[in-house]
Design a protein around this ligand. Structure first.
Ligand code: FPP
Ligand code: ZN
Length: 321
């Protein structure tokens, strides 16, 4: 391929190749990756079907089989496991609820049972454990609030306490950590900003300071990193951009430089997007690359909602707007 052709390819989103890559990943049940990812398959399916919807190719997935499989992963306690026979966890409960929302199938589960599972994980200080083993993380605060919001009952948990715990995790640099006093990390910033947005409490953070910390994540390559001095990585196009978008500061980063970084991370032959150029592709980075481009309004993708991490059309149909 000539240098001119290469330049043309890497400046274009290879939509059909990505759609084929995601569809074949889901269907290839004999592959090593399929077995190796069993414990977090529910999130893998969420990344895959949401990316397909943004691309306009959800029809290429085996949607009836996926829906039946998601329903089969609900446990007695009301939560969802990462796969069949796995115990409930808030991470996979959120992915399952998001998939059901995307399919317009939230009425297929007993929401009260799921809501009581989620509220059972809230601690006295307002934080959330991910499961009965008790690890605390602001990721789980976001999972809990978003599940409750999607299930139409945000106040199934104690929202003021959840907010005060999240606020206690903001650092003097404007970022947020996984627990109070922990280092700022862009993934946690997304979770905390989105959770505060769901709770109607964005006035509780220092918006300019948070946005400065987020836009300083852009490196010379155009890509974004997750913490100072770390390498750029396509998934941070989502973790940083979504928070900037919620805070109305998406224009604080150089979008042209970021989009060309994401496009350089595509596998031009087999489809899929990697964390950085020349690395191996995976469904996680393929979703977050496409989601980042969608947030920037590029490549003719369906728009994604930065708080719900779902297509805007799904959020409208849930809210009846
Ligand atoms: C970076 O992880 C990302 C985070 C810490 C945030 C994860 C948030 C969730 C799983 C909540 C659900 C998310 C959505 C979009 C619905 P990493 O382990 O890759 O961090 P590293 O780059 O430091 O290794
Ligand atoms: Zn990554």
């Amino acid at each position: 391929m000539s240098a001119k052709d290469l330049n043309k390819v890497i400046n274009t989103l290879l939509r059909d190749k990505h759609a084929q890559y995601i569809a074949s990943f889901e269907k290839n049940k004999e592959s090593f990756e399929f077995y190796a990812t069993e414990h977090f398959r529910m999130s893998g399916v969420y990344w895959g079907v949401t990316a397909m919807q943004l691309l306009g190719n959800l029809d290429l997935m085996d949607n009836d089989a996926i829906l039946a499989w998601v329903l089969s992963c609900q446990r007695e306690d009301g939560g969802f496991g990462g796969s069949e026979r796995h115990d409930s966890h808030l991470l996979y409960t959120l992915s399952a609820i998001q998939i059901l929302a995307l399919y317009g199938a939230l009425d297929r589960i007993n929401a009260d049972r799921t809501l009581s599972y989620i509220s059972s994980l809230q601690q006295a200080d307002g934080s959330f454990a991910g499961d009965t083993w008790g690890e605390i993380d602001t990721r789980f605060s976001y999972c809990a609030l978003l599940c409750c919001s999607l299930l139409g009952n945000l106040h199934a948990v104690n929202v003021p306490k959840a907010v005060s715990y999240i606020v206690s995790c903001q650092n003097i640099d404007g970022g947020f950590g996984c627990t109070a006093g922990n280092e700022s990390h862009a993934g946690q910033v997304f979770c905390c900003v989105a959770a505060l947005h769901l709770a109607g409490a964005l006035d509780r953070l220092d918006r300019d300071l948070t946005c400065w910390w987020l836009c300083e994540r852009q490196t010379k390559s155009g890509g974004l990193n997750g913490r100072p001095e770390k390498l750029q990585d396509v998934c941070y196009s989502w973790w940083c951009l979504s928070a900037l978008s919620i805070l109305d500061c998406l224009h604080w980063i150089d979008r042209d430089a970021l989009s060309s970084f994401i496009l350089q991370c595509q596998d031009e032959e087999r489809g899929g997007i990697a964390d950085r150029p020349e690395d191996m592709v995976d469904v996680f980075h393929t979703f977050f690359g496409i989601a980042g481009l969608s947030l920037m309004g590029l490549c003719d993708l369906e728009p994604i909602d930065p708080t719900y991490a779902l297509p805007v059309s799904t959020v409208h149909s849930i809210r009846g707007t």
